[in-house]
Design a protein around this ligand. Structure first.
Ligand SMILES: *Cc1c(COP(=O)(O)O)cnc(C)c1O
Length: 411
């Protein structure tokens, strides 16, 4: 049955795909061994370097983010190697399970899923590794299950302070293109990214940005690999080609998405996400709820995970909002199932989509009878317009006489 109006896809990825990107996907597939393709793939590889803020090579796989996780591990490590992982949430847990399945020995730092990577704990752990058994430290920059962003420069400083030579690998699947990230400046060895979140593409592409140190480690790394092998990719990429049939139309679309990010300017893109996140938190606090992230400096700009009061079902709320207003929201993952719902505010997104999304949530709260303080959307609107005070409406006045001074407007 036709459902009027567009769907508000407010999950924290896949995100809304803009028309320009969809149009690029729909263009005829071109010869992946011809000159037009080579010219395009060079542009795309250079553009991805800008997004990762790296002068080092970037590898593009026709795979979801999970594939790029695997590529990072199998290119740099040997069977039985030890890696240090920090359990910041569900995605960190999945990466750990993958490492174990691949035959790596994982040392795990347990954490509460409400805060980011604790650099001091990493430093202590590495300092105790006198034999330098640990070959890599793996962390998730933006934990999509909790809405927490970790301080990667602090993690780098901790590793340096411990004087430990392990590689640093960072998952930026839900932050790349929406939260400031700098592969080179922050001294990261392998950065993992994906297409379907900040980059505004459908799922299907993923990335590794590779430091010279990681590339050197790959020379002696003994994990079996074929499809994921960086060196074959670098050799083909140097001529603008791929070792196998690339995802041609996804690359066409990525080239357009990179143009869009460049036109807006990455600093503006990041600021737009920060503003959306702040407004969302203003609404959440106004309603009287907690965010899953409990550390002020670590709130994610790309999504907000909201905790409902004890005994209230986040899944029932999401189902109501989907049925009534055609707006999917993110579910709680792992131990947070039914306890939190997640609002995605990333990708191709503007202020009215923030307020529209929050309106859908507030209507859902009413429909589900979940006690809350009304007016969260109003508070978010004031946040977005840079005002904390509502404009005063004096009962006796006409519209022309309304005191707009609180909005900073001329009298
Ligand atoms: C989405 C996501 C993944 C998983 O990526 P897939 O594309 O589903 O394989 C991994 N890590 C983080 C932080 C994510 O947000």
């Amino acid at each position: 049955m036709y459902s009027a109006g567009r769907q508000f896809l407010q999950i924290p990825g896949p995100t809304n795909t803009p028309l320009r990107v969809l149009a690029a996907l729909a263009k005829p597939t071109i010869d992946h061994r011809g000159p037009a393709f080579a010219a395009m793939s060079r542009e795309v590889l250079a553009g991805m370097g800008e997004v990762f803020a790296t002068a080092e090579p970037v590898v593009i796989y026709p795979a979801t983010g999970t594939g790029a996780w695997e590529a990072a591990l199998v290119n740099t490590l040997s069977p039985g190697d030890t890696v240090l992982m920090y359990q910041s949430g569900w995605f960190a847990t999945l990466w750990r399970k993958m490492a174990e399945k691949l035959g790596l020995n994982v040392e795990l730092i347990e954490a509460d899923w409400r805060s980011g990577v604790d650099a001091a704990r990493i430093e202590t752990h590495l300092s105790e590794d006198k034999e330098q058994k640990i070959k890599a430290v793996c962390a998730v920059h933006n934990e999509t299950s909790t809405g927490v962003t970790s301080d990667i420069p602090a993690l780098r400083r901790a590793m340096d302070a411990a004087g430990h030579p392990a590689l640093l690998m960072v998952d930026t699947i839900s932050s790349l293109g929406s939260i400031d990230y700098r592969h080179d400046e922050w001294g990261v060895d392998v950065t993992v990214g994906g297409s379907q979140k900040g980059l505004m593409l459908p799922p299907g592409l993923s990335f590794n940005a590779v430091s010279a140190k990681a590339r050197a480690a790959a020379k002696t790394a003994g994990m079996p690999r074929s499809f994921w092998d960086w060196e074959e990719m670098f050799a083909a990429n140097s001529n603008g080609f791929f070792p196998y049939t690339p995802a041609t139309n996804m690359l066409q679309a990525l080239n357009v998405a990179l143009d869009m990010l460049r036109e807006e300017g990455l600093p503006n893109v990041f600021a737009r996400h920060t503003r959306a996140a702040e407004a969302t938190r203003v609404a959440v606090r106004h309603w009287g709820f907690e965010t899953q992230c409990s550390v002020d400096a670590e709130h994610s700009s790309s999504l907000t995970a909201v905790r409902l009061p004890e005994g209230r079902s986040a899944d029932a709320l999401r189902a109501e909002i989907l049925a009534s207003n055609n707006m999917p929201l993110g579910n709680g993952l792992g131990q947070l199932a039914d306890r939190v719902f997640r609002i995605g505010h990333l990708g191709d997104f503007h202020d009215l989509m923030v307020t529209g999304t929050l309106s859908g949530v507030e209507m859902g709260l009413v429909a589900c009878g979940i006690p809350h303080r009304p007016g969260g959307v109003d508070a978010a609107m004031r946040s977005l317009s840079g005002n904390s005070q509502p404009a005063v409406f004096d009962k006796g006045s006409t519209a022309a006489q309304i005191d707009t001074s609180a909005n900073g407007a001329a009298a």
